[in-house]
Design a protein around this ligand. Structure first.
Ligand code: ZN
Length: 393
C-alpha cells in the first residue's frame, strides 16, 4: 500500500533542513535568497520583505529566475511550512540545488512572531482589466506589470522610431515616459510618425505625443523636454531614467548619448533606419559593448542620414520601433535574451533578418574605463560635424 500524503510529508521533513523564522531573518541579511512558493493570491496578502515569488506549481521552470546559482543558499517558505518542504525536496532531488532550507511554520509563524511583512501594491480593478493579457503571462503577471508601471523610460525623439515606441510602451503601462524633441509636427512626418495627426500640424511634437499617449492610457505620466539634446543638457535630463530609447538621427548625438549613458550606467536601446534597412542593438554599459565599441569611428559621411533628407519606407520605423519597445519591456521585466552584444539588421525588401555578434573593445576610449573617470569635456567627442558632412559631397 502506498504511504499517505501525511506520511510522505513526514519522511520529506526528516530529509530536508528546516529553519526557524528567527534564523531566516538573519540569513536574509547574509545574502540568502528567500522564495515564497505560495499562489499569487496568497502572495498578494503580504510576504517577507525582499522575498521572491515562485509559486510551487512553477518551481521547476521558474526557480532559476530567482536563484540562478545552484550552490547559493535558498530558503523556501509557504503558508505553514508544508508546501515549502515539498518544493525544497524538488529543488534538491530533481534540480540539484545544494543548499536549500524550508522555513518552519511558514508566513503564519513569521507573522505570529510580529516580524515585518511587505504588502504588495495591488492593481486597481481597471488596471486588472486593461493589463489582463499581460497578467495571463507567467513572465509578466502582477509583479511584472508593477515593474512596468514603476519603470521610467526616456525617448530621444518623437519621430519615426519614437512614435511606435511611445504608443506601445504607453499601452503596455510603462509608468513614466520622458520625451525629448524640439521639433513641430510637419505634414511630411505623417507618412510614418503615427503618434501625430493631420490636425496637429504645427504643434510641438512633445505636446502632440502627450495627447496621443494620455488618450491611450491615462496611467502614463509624460515628462516633456522640448529641447535638442546636447552636451549642455544631457547630464540634466538622463539621470533618473531606467532605460533610454535612441531614436536619434545624427552621429554626434549618438556618441554623446553613448558616453553619457555609460557614465550613468543607463542601458540604451538603439535603432537606426535608412531607406529599406534597419539596425537594432541594446547597449548595456559594462554588460556588453557600447556604441563606440561597435563604431569606433563614424561611418562614411555619405551613409550618414543626418547630413540631409533621406528617403525611408514609412513602415520601416514601425518595424524597428516595435523591436525597440520589445527590448525595453524585456529589460524592465528581466525576461528573455536582450539584444546585448548583438547587432540585428533587417532588410525590408529582402524580408531578411541577420545578426552579428559585437564584442566589447578592451581599448574602447569610454567603456574600458570606470564611469567616474569619464569627464564632462570627453562626452560626445566627435570630428567636426560640418566637415564630416562636407565629405558626403
Ligand atoms: Zn565601449
Amino acid at each position: 500500500m502506498s504511504p499517505s500524503g501525511a506520511e510522505v510529508l513526514r519522511q520529506i521533513k526528516t530529509r530536508i533542513d528546516e529553519v526557524d523564522p528567527a534564523v531566516v531573518r538573519e540569513q536574509v541579511s547574509n545574502g540568502a535568497v528567500v522564495v515564497d512558493v505560495r499562489e499569487a493570491d496568497e502572495w498578494s496578502t503580504g510576504h517577507i520583505p525582499g522575498a521572491k515569488h515562485v509559486p510551487k506549481s512553477y518551481i521547476e521552470t521558474r526557480i532559476e529566475g530567482a536563484a540562478p546559482d545552484r550552490s547559493q543558499h535558498v530558503i523556501l517558505y509557504c503558508q505553514s511550512g508544508n508546501r515549502s518542504a515539498w518544493a525544497a525536496r524538488t529543488l534538491i532531488d530533481d534540480l540539484g540545488y545544494e543548499n536549500v532550507e524550508s522555513m518552519t511554520g511558514g508566513i503564519t509563524l513569521w507573522k505570529d512572531r510580529g516580524y515585518e511583512v511587505e504588502q504588495p501594491r495591488a492593481l486597481t480593478g481597471e488596471q486588472r482589466e486593461r493589463y489582463s493579457r499581460h497578467l495571463l503571462l507567467p513572465e509578466v503577471g502582477i509583479d511584472g506589470q508593477q515593474r512596468l508601471l514603476d519603470a521610467k523610460v526616456l525617448l530621444l525623439g518623437a519621430g519615426g522610431l519614437g512614435s511606435p515606441v511611445a504608443l506601445y510602451l504607453a499601452a503596455a503601462g510603462i509608468g513614466t515616459l520622458g520625451i525629448v524633441d524640439d521639433d513641430e509636427v510637419d505634414l511630411s512626418n505623417l507618412q510614418r510618425q503615427v503618434i501625430h495627426s493631420s490636425e496637429r500640424i504645427g504643434v510641438p511634437k512633445v505636446d502632440s505625443a502627450e495627447q496621443s499617449i494620455t488618450a491611450l492610457n491615462p496611467d502614463v505620466r509624460v515628462d516633456k523636454y522640448p529641447v535638442r539634446i546636447g552636451p549642455d543638457n544631457i547630464m540634466d535630463i538622463l539621470p533618473g531614467y531606467d532605460i533610454v530609447v535612441d531614436g536619434l538621427d545624427n552621429f554626434p548625438t549618438r556618441y554623446l548619448l553613448n558616453d553619457a549613458s555609460v557614465r550613468l550606467k543607463i542601458p540604451v536601446v538603439s535603432a537606426a533606419i535608412l531607406g529599406f534597412e534597419g539596425q537594432l542593438s541594446v547597449f548595456k554599459p559594462y554588460d556588453g559593448p557600447c556604441y563606440r565599441c561597435l563604431f569606433p569611428v563614424p561611418p562614411p559621411a555619405e551613409l550618414a542620414p543626418s547630413c540631409g533628407a533621406n528617403g525611408v519606407l514609412g513602415v520601416l520605423p514601425g518595424t524597428m520601433g516595435l523591436l525597440q519597445a520589445t527590448e525595453v519591456i524585456k529589460l524592465v521585466l528581466d525576461e528573455g535574451d536582450p539584444l546585448i552584444g548583438r547587432l540585428l539588421m533587417y532588410d525590408a525588401l529582402a524580408a531578411r533578418v541577420t545578426e552579428v555578434k559585437v564584442r566589447r573593445d578592451p581599448e574602447c576610449p569610454i567603456c574600458s574605463r570606470p564611469p567616474e573617470s569619464i569627464s564632462d569635456d570627453e562626452l560626445g567627442v566627435f570630428p567636426d560635424y560640418e566637415a564630416f558632412c562636407a565629405g558626403a559631397h
